[in-house]
Design a protein around this ligand. Sequence first.
Ligand code: C2E
Ligand code: CA
Ligand code: CA
Ligand code: CA
Length: 277
Amino acid sequence: AKGAGKNQYKLFDKETDRLLVRKMELERDLRKALVNEELEVYYQPKWDAESNHVSGMEALIRWNHPRLGVVMPSEFIPIAEETGLIVAMTRWMIHEVCRQNTAWQSLDLLHICISVNMSIRVFESGLLGEMVEEALQETGIKPDNLELEITETIAMYDLQDTIKQLKQLKQLGVRISMDDFGTGYSSLGSLDELPIDALKIDRLFIRQSDLTSKQAIISAIITIAGQLNLEVIAEGVETEEQMSFLKSRGCRVMQGYYYGKPMNAKDIEKWLEQPDN
Ligand code: C2E
Ligand code: CA
Ligand code: CA
Ligand code: CA
C-alpha cells in the first residue's frame, strides 16, 4: 500500500509539472499572440424572449495557439492581467468588435449592440476612455451599439474612480452593464450611483433556478432592476424550464446554450441564416 501511495504521489507530481510547463508556455507565447493574430472573437447571442429576436451579442475572446489549439479565457486572461497585456488585448477586442459590427450592419445582417468584458486592470490603466473613443471614431459605429460589461469587483475596487470613469464613458454614448450580478463583492448599496444600463444575473443563480430560495433571489434582482430602470438579462440559460421560469418572472432578455453557444464570426453568420433566428 505504501508503494502505491508513492506512485500516486509521483503521478500527481507529473500532472503538476505538466500544468506548470503549460502555464510557462502560455506566458511566453501570449505576447506574440496579438501580433501573430492568434486571438479570435467569439460571439454569443442575447435573445429577446418577448419578440423572439436576437437583441444583442456578447464578445468572448479565444486564443488559437499554434501548438496547443484553442485556449479558453479562464486560462489566459489571468496571465494577461498579471503581465499587463490585458490592456492591449482589450484595446484590440473593442476595435475588432466595433469593426465586425460595422461590417454586419453595412451588409444589413444585424443592427445590434455587442458587449465586451472589462478587467479591473483596464480601469486602473486609465486608458479605457481613449480606447473607446478611438474605436468609435475609426469604425464609425453608433456608440450605443457598444456595451462594456463590468463586474462588482471592478465597481467596488475604487467606487468613486469607477463612477468617474463610467460617467465619461456614458458621455461618449456607450452602454454599460453589470456582469455576474449577485456573486461579487456586493455593490447592492451603490447600484443607484453607478451609471449603468443593465444587470446580468449570474449563471450560478440560473443553474439552480429549480430551488425556491434561488428563485427568490432571481425575482429580487429582476425587481430591483425594474425599479432602478435597468434592463435585466439572464446568462447561462440552458433549458426550457429555466427559460419559462425567467420569462414568468418578467425577465425578457436571455443568453445561454439554450439559444446559442459562443461562435466565431463565420459561424454566427451561418447561424443567422437559419429561419428561426
Ligand atoms: P463571463 O463574462 O461571465 O462569460 C460567460 C461565460 O459563460 C462564457 O465562458 C460563456 O461561454 C459561458 N456560457 C454562456 N452560456 C452558457 C451556458 O448556457 N452554460 C454554461 N455552462 N456556460 C455558458 P468563456 O467564453 O469561457 O469566458 C469565461 C470568462 O472569461 C468570461 O465570463 C469573462 O469573465 C472572461 N472573458 C472572456 N472574454 C474576455 C475578454 O475579452 N476580456 C476579459 N477581460 N475577460 C474575458
Ligand atoms: Ca460577461
Ligand atoms: Ca457573466
Ligand atoms: Ca461569470
